[in-house]
Design a protein. Structure first.
Length: 116
């Protein structure tokens, strides 16, 4: 399953894993959000509705390029730096390329949509 992040200056694609959480995420697309920088490690955006945790592990570790969902806060996460284990973190997929587009310390507006 593919999605793309559409910025005003470029498009970045990603591949999602097949899970119930990912299916919930896909149902919310297309979606335009403001990605905010968090802890100089990740970009986050709150989703319109929470994703299911059914079948998901209790937590996971992440690396740069991972797309995840942080269940306790209900937000989408795109990691641009490696991150250790966090309870409630569910990996949804990973960027195919274009990680550098997410490393700006500021906020950025992006549209996320399915991509075939």
């Amino acid at each position: 399953m593919k999605i793309r992040f559409i910025f005003n200056d470029r498009t970045v694609t990603a591949t999602l894993e097949d899970s119930l959480s990912t299916q919930d995420f896909l149902r919310q697309l297309p979606l335009t959000v403001e990605l905010e920088d968090y802890a100089r490690t990740e970009k986050i955006a709150y989703l319109p509705s929470k994703l299911t945790r059914e079948g998901a592990p209790s937590g996971t570790s992440s690396k740069a390029g991972d797309i995840s969902y942080y269940a306790p806060w209900g937000n989408l996460v795109i990691f641009y730096r490696d991150f250790g284990y966090a309870a409630g973190l569910i990996k949804l997929g990973q960027l195919d390329s274009g990680l550098e587009r997410f490393t700006d310390n500021g906020s950025m507006k992006v549209t996320i949509e399915r991509f075939e």
